[in-house]
Design a protein around this ligand. Structure first.
Ligand code: BG6
Ligand code: MG
Length: 217
């Protein structure tokens, strides 16, 4: 029998940390003397911290020395961590636990595939660590999404062929990464934005058990 592996993105799929990333980037932009809108923040989803700062400085038309750039990366993250510090299990998005329980009951391999370097502490804070057999995050990859590296490493760690993996993603770059890895891509969020996904759901609440069972066949 074929074994199916499941790979979850973190930010925007398991928890809504996009709002905290936004607040921390906006604080930095304001300190540097310009505005940063929620619409602009869409560009940051699934994108590495370094790339986010490059885009932010482009928006603010700011040139930075390497030392300044590095300092702002640290500043943003310290600010972000202040929001994360206060997180608890109440911030898990609706029905995430139902899907994780469905997989756990069936002993199906599950991994995290995230661009974030803060993935592990966040999973600890919201008490979900025990559901994951492996965690692949921003500390383990050299190439950011839409490169498939993060998901290919996750499949390898789970011991499942990439074509037998299912990926849950809320970012365009993440769907592209899953498709490039030849995995089944499931968009969580706006289907007009995530139109390259194999399947689309607004959230896990819309995903019933019958659908999950079809993925296992
Ligand atoms: C992704 C987020 O999951 O992680 C991005 O969608 C974020 O917005 C990226 O920039 C890196 O996160 P961190 O926690 O390493 O700064
Ligand atoms: Mg995400």
């Amino acid at each position: 029998m074929k074994i199916t592996g499941f790979i979850f993105d973190l930010d925007g799929v398991i928890v809504d940390t996009a709002k905290y990333h936004y607040l921390a980037w906006r604080n930095l932009a304001n300190d540097l003397g310009f505005e940063f809108t929620e619409t602009q923040n869409e560009l940051f989803k699934g994108v590495s911290r370094k790339r986010c700062l490059e885009i932010l400085l482009d928006i603010g038309k700011i040139d930075a020395s390497q030392a300044q750039f590095d300092r702002w990366m640290v500043e943003k993250n310290e600010d972000y961590l202040k929001y994360i510090e206060k997180m608890n299990a109440s911030e898990i998005l609706p029905d995430v636990i139902r899907v994780l329980e469905f997989l756990k009951e069936r002993n199906i391999p599950v991994a995290l595939g995230s661009a974030s370097k803060n993935a592990r502490p966040i999973l600890e804070k919201v008490e979900l660590l025990r559901y994951f057999d492996d965690i692949v995050d921003g500390n383990n990859v050299t190439k950011a999404k839409p490169d498939p590296e993060v998901f290919l490493i996750a499949a390898d760690k789970l011991g499942v062929l990439p074509e037998n993996c299912v990926v849950f993603e809320d970012a365009v770059a993440g769907i592209q990464a899953a498709n490039a890895a030849r995995m089944i891509s499931i968009g969580i969020g706006d289907k007009n934005i995530l139109n390259e996904a194999n399947y689309n759901f607004k959230g896990f609440t819309e995903m019933n058990e019958a659908f999950l069972k079809t993925l296992l066949k």
